[in-house]
Design a protein around this ligand. Structure first.
Ligand SMILES: O=C(O)CCC(=O)C(=O)O
Ligand SMILES: [Fe+2]
Length: 258
């Protein structure tokens, strides 16, 4: 039952009025935050489940530019396009999440997909064709962070399961570039990296769902502080069936292809 997963009183995602409010909010702000989206007992269950599989997590200490692209040798090594940032992220993949998990119930639910379709203005949404990329559980222990980047995908859905004692904040600057027009906004990115721009921070708590347009909005997650790890779920969909995450990205994030 989806009612066991989603708190429909706080987030009536099956209602047209609520759905339209979320669509408008995403259009205007590039982000929708739904607190208490997950039922408290579901959060507890999912934390327990995530912890029981954390030994399977693949951790990478990767370096990347903010655009998540290979270097451009035509530009100097210290050009902002080539600036290398470090991220340490560990996650488990769709195939490592139990079939009976409430995460799968949510991800494959028609009601949830229909809601997301309307909010992001897509006709249909499909799972990834590869067995790894649709649902990921991320773990960030003390000192681990996800550095500044723009996403490759048009939108992302996250669910925070466990917040650290401090740190682990999701920070962003909206509409810093225009990927559709191939605008990179090097000066804008430079200003963010030098912390000369006003940076926004999202208020997120265990059970909060965030729907975020990260392709044009630069964002990061600050280092976890304290002994309690940050645990977060990413749900990813495609607008067309049969699409796999690129082999390069799968090797970087998961260390394997399947
Ligand atoms: O951990 C988060 O809150 C955001 C994750 C993220 O930005 C990403 O996976 O691209
Ligand atoms: Fe991201």
């Amino acid at each position: 039952m989806l009612e066991d997963v989603i708190n429909f009183t706080e987030a009536p995602i099956d209602e047209a009025k609520f759905t339209e409010e979320c669509r408008k909010e995403l259009e205007q702000k590039g982000v929708v935050t739904l607190h208490n989206f997950l039922k408290p007992e579901t959060v507890k269950e999912l934390v327990r489940e995530a912890k029981s599989h954390s030994d399977l997590a693949y951790f990478t200490d990767s370096t990347h530019n903010v655009y998540l692209t290979p270097k451009n040798e035509a530009l100097s090594p210290d050009h902002v396009f080539n600036r290398q940032l470090t991220s340490s992220k560990g996650c488990i993949t769709t195939d490592q999440i139990p079939e009976a998990s409430k995460l799968k119930k949510l991800y494959f639910s028609d009601i949830f997909k229909k809601f997301i379709c309307k909010v992001v203005e897509e006709t249909d949404l499909y799972e990834y064709a590869d067995p790894l990329s649709s649902i990921n559980v991320h773990y960030a222990a003390k000192g681990q962070e996800l550095n500044w980047h723009f996403d490759n995908s048009k939108f992302a859905i996250t669910l925070l399961l466990q917040a650290p004692e401090s740190g682990g904040h999701f920070e962003y600057v909206s509409n810093l570039r225009n990927a559709e027009k191939n605008e990179m906004n090097f000066d804008g990115v430079e200003a963010v990296l030098k912390e000369k721009t006003k940076i926004n921070r999202l208020d997120t708590r265990p059970g909060t769902l965030i729907l975020f347009r990260g392709q044009n909005s630069i964002h990061r997650v600050t280092p976890t502080e304290g002994g309690k790890e940050r645990i977060l779920v990413v749900l990813a969909y495609n607008s067309k069936p049969g699409i796999s995450l690129s082999e390069e990205a799968r090797m970087t994030f998961f260390g394997r292809l399947q």
